[in-house]
Design a binder for this molecule. Structure first.
Ligand SMILES: [Zn+2]
Length: 307
């Protein structure tokens, strides 16, 4: 009897040990899982900190965000504070903000990019387009200007806020390289374009004027997202300034809007001096390792007057 009891106890002890071992190994597995999860999340947050630090011009980025979040457009009663986020990209020079307003979907381009209309202006994949196919309403003024537009006919200060921040950095770096770049012409109102275009039509005729001047409403200068640098001469491309701009502007979010040999897409001759702000992400794609693409071919849209 005594022996049987003892063996029963032994069995109990063994069972208890097995249960203990199981519980202990379960706890161990749990601890391992918890440690590995916390190590992963630590390394992830470490990475994003690095990104912030290596973005050499991150102070400008925070300026951009602060500016864009506090913007209220004084000139238009129905635009309230600009929508909180422009773009999800973390580049120092993000794409310009979409204005607030009713978004009307107009399908997609031949390359699958969204076409949207906000207050009569066309946005492809979130980028405002003004070309020979897509006109701006006559009352359109820059939607997020650095300085109020008021009734200005021409201005190089009421350009887009994010553009101006990027431009100031580009200007600083160009100067550090001993280069002299400046904005010769920025925003132009619809009315101003009426006068310019009519003057050219008078001197050269409409068909010739259409090759170098935009009809009112079709000029990108009305967007407040572009400007002409230095001189609107073909020779600008051969200057040190022109070469540097061609090779570097994408780093600040600008593109050569009318690249060389892209007339068939853009409807305009090569303009080495005309820069359009689109943000670093898109500008880098358009730069295309030095073989500039036009917005039209990238998005799969046309640039042709209706008549
Ligand atoms: Zn221009």
């Amino acid at each position: 009897m005594a022996r049987r009891r003892l063996s029963r106890r032994q069995r109990e002890v063994r069972r208890n040990r097995i249960i203990l071992a199981c519980v202990a190994s379960l706890i161990l597995i749990l601890i391992i899982i918890i440690i590995s999860v916390s190590v992963k999340s630590c390394s992830r947050s470490g990475k994003s900190d690095n990104n912030k630090e290596t973005g050499a011009i991150s102070e400008d980025n925070s300026d951009i965000q602060a500016d864009s979040n506090n913007t209220v457009n004084d000139d238009s009663a129905d635009t309230t504070a600009a929508s909180s986020t422009a773009v999800s990209d973390n580049s120092p020079y993000p794409a310009p903000q979409l204005p607030s307003g009713n978004i009307v979907s107009k399908g997609t381009t031949s390359k699958g990019f969204s076409i949207q209309e906000i207050d009569g202006a066309t946005y492809i994949d979130g980028h405002l387009i003004a070309n020979k196919t897509y006109a701006l309403p006559s009352g359109f003024i820059p939607t997020n200007p650095d300085q109020p537009v008021n009734n200005a006919d021409r201005s190089s200060t009421c350009l887009d806020k994010t553009l101006m921040s990027a431009w100031n950095s580009m200007l600083k770096d160009a100067s550090a390289n001993g280069l002299n770049i400046y904005i010769a012409s920025g925003y132009r109102s619809y009315n101003y374009q009426v006068n310019v275009y009519n003057r050219y039509v008078k001197s050269d005729g409409a068909s010739v004027a259409d090759t170098y001047s935009s009809r009112p409403g079709y000029s990108e200068h009305q967007t407040g997202l572009c400007f002409d640098l230095n001189s609107i001469e073909d020779s600008f491309q051969y200057t040190d300034e022109g070469k540097w701009v061609n090779d570097n502007c994408y780093k600040y979010g600008f593109c050569i809007r009318f690249p060389k040999n892209k007339d068939a897409y853009t409807g305009y001759k090569y303009e080495s001096w005309h820069l359009r702000y689109v943000g670093v992400d898109l500008a880098t794609k358009l730069y295309n390792n030095g073989d500039w693409l036009s917005l039209e071919e990238y998005f799969g849209i046309s640039s042709q007057y209706p008549d």
